[in-house]
Ligand binder design. Structure first.
Ligand SMILES: [Zn+2]
Length: 512
């Protein structure tokens, strides 16, 4: 069985067959960089980063493009409000967004084109459409004539009658109410930086045509996968298809993948939701604030825990429950390191190639050297369940379930072998090999890229040093049979969210 993808265009799951064997081109609509990104902006990049990693693992050469919309009405308005230039605002917000992407382990983007740098490509497409009489200049604007495109509405499943009446009729220059702008005439009061030269006078491109131009520039007139949030199906993606297919005469994107929207308090977060309540909710939920509070790996794990087409319900409780889930793995990796004296991350690193360079070819046989047959067997089961879930329209939630299953098996093996109290070299090797295999499998969706415990040591290990002092004092008190004070230390720490765990080989601490 190969990979199947749910295609919004056909409304069904289809076998994935790339246009050029072995190669995959992906375009994902990126952010409009006028305000700090919120959690909704992280969903697409995280999901498609996981998809790219998995496609690379399955042997495809992937070219992934995510644009930056840095010319847009929203930017013009926001820059004026902040008393700055559009380019300064765009640069500042882009830098903030890219920093967040880094923290979220979104590492697979190959090209990040900016709309402002593709005005020439945009004008070329508009010219083609005008030549075919599918677009028409009108009063300095250029519009796409939806009545000339028989296929218009095929993605969102709407017809022209549905759209009439929903659109603003303000422009007497439009032939049909549903016509949309490809080019917008510059207004006198606008700053010079948004007045680009064109055959129709100074102006700026519409949002939809920007994506059409950047996608075909880097992926060709026809490519494999176009992605975005479900709120972009109409009008953005519908219009992208109309412009691109009418201009080139070719199928624009073979597969259209749309991810669910993030909901806070059951309300949808979308680019179009401008209600004061939602804006207030969003302003508190910038990626910047979120990543101050939670590790990037946790946010990534939280998002991947839902199948991408379903809505993501954001709440502190949900994040906390995912944190507990992640800690199951962290505790296993710590335990394996403690009993075996070597970090499973190091073993995994030695065997995982950079996903941007090539696949982890030996992953299926990662536990081939494990002597314990039940552990080898469990690995085969987990590996198969993981790949089966990912093959099925990139079901990351199912893939994560198989990671949990295998973590449970490795823990049971450590238990069964009495490794906490010592063990043979072979048993230790088995535990480390299996833990490292688990890390390598999770890396196919960009989880466990690096140890998180060491990252938490950003205070130069001061916290740990202080904790070791407390542990030492408590040990001393217990020796002197002052259990009351010893318990006082433990209980006070518990109330502060720090757990002490007494193990045969000593006491360890863990922050919740
Ligand atoms: Zn787009």
């Amino acid at each position: 069985m190969g990979i199947t993808i749910y295609n919004t265009l056909t409304r069904k799951k289809e076998p994935f067959v790339p246009i050029t064997p072995g190669k995959v081109g992906i375009y994902l609509c990126g952010p409009t960089v006028y305000k700090p990104s919120h959690i909704g902006h992280a969903v697409g990049p995280i999901i498609f980063d996981a998809i790219k990693r998995y496609l690379v693992f399955r042997g495809f050469e992937v070219n992934w493009v995510v644009n930056i919309t840095d010319v847009d009405d929203k930017l013009i308005i926001e820059a004026a409000e902040q008393n700055t230039t559009m380019s300064e605002l765009a640069e500042r917000i882009t830098a903030d967004y890219l920093k967040a992407m880094d923290t979220l382990y979104v590492q697979g983007v190959d090209i990040r084109p900016k709309a402002s740098e593709h005005i020439g490509d945009i004008i070329d497409i508009i010219n083609k459409l005008i030549k075919k009489d599918i677009a028409y200049p009108s009063g300095g604007d250029v519009y796409f004539d939806v009545s000339k495109d028989d296929d218009y509405g095929k993605l969102s499943n709407r017809n022209l009658e549905d759209q009439a009446g929903q659109r603003d009729l303000q422009s007497a220059e439009k032939r049909n109410p549903g016509d949309f702008a490809l080019w917008k005439n510059a207004k006198e009061e606008e700053p010079d930086e948004v007045k680009f030269d064109s055959p129709w006078g100074k102006g700026r491109p519409g949002w939809h045509i920007e994506c059409s131009a950047m996608a075909s520039r880097y992926l060709g007139d026809t490519f494999d996968i176009h992605g975005g949030g479900m709120d972009l199906i109409f009008p953005h993606h519908e219009n992208e298809i109309a412009q691109s297919e009418c201009a080139s005469g070719e199928t624009f994107s073979k597969y259209w993948m749309h991810h669910g929207l993030t909901r806070v308090n059951t309300k949808k977060i979308s680019k179009s939701d401008a209600s004061p309540e939602m804006q207030a909710a969003l302003s508190k939920m910038t990626l910047h604030n979120l990543l101050d509070e939670y590790p990037g790996e946790l946010i990534r794990f939280f998002i991947l825990s839902t199948q991408y087409r379903r809505p993501i319900e954001y709440s502190t409780q949900e994040i906390e429950s995912k944190r507990k889930g992640l800690e199951t793995f962290y505790r296993l990796f710590e335990r394996a390191e403690r009993v075996c004296g070597i970090s499973p991350y190091e073993t995994a690193d030695a065997n995982t190639p950079n996903p941007n360079e090539g696949p982890d070819k030996d992953l299926a046989g990662a536990c081939a050297d494990v002597a314990d047959t039940s552990l080898t067997e469990s690995w085969s089961v987990a590996f198969e369940a993981f790949t089966k879930a990912m093959d099925d329209d990139f079901n990351t939630a199912g893939a994560i379930a198989s990671l949990f299953d295998f973590a449970g098996r490795v823990n049971a093996f450590i238990e069964k072998s009495g490794l906490d109290k010592g063990g043979s070299d072979q048993v230790k090797r088995d535990a480390i090999t299996a833990s490292a295999a688990l890390i390598r499998l999770a890396r196919l969706i960009g989880v466990f890229i690096e140890p998180q415990v060491k990252k938490a040591g950003s205070d130069d290990g001061l916290t740990d040093k202080a904790m070791q002092v407390l542990i030492e004092v408590r040990k001393h008190l217990k020796k002197k049979k002052d259990f009351e004070t010893a318990d006082l230390i433990r209980d006070s720490l518990t109330r502060s969210g720090i757990t002490l765990e007494d193990r045969p080989d000593g006491t360890v601490w863990r922050a919740e």
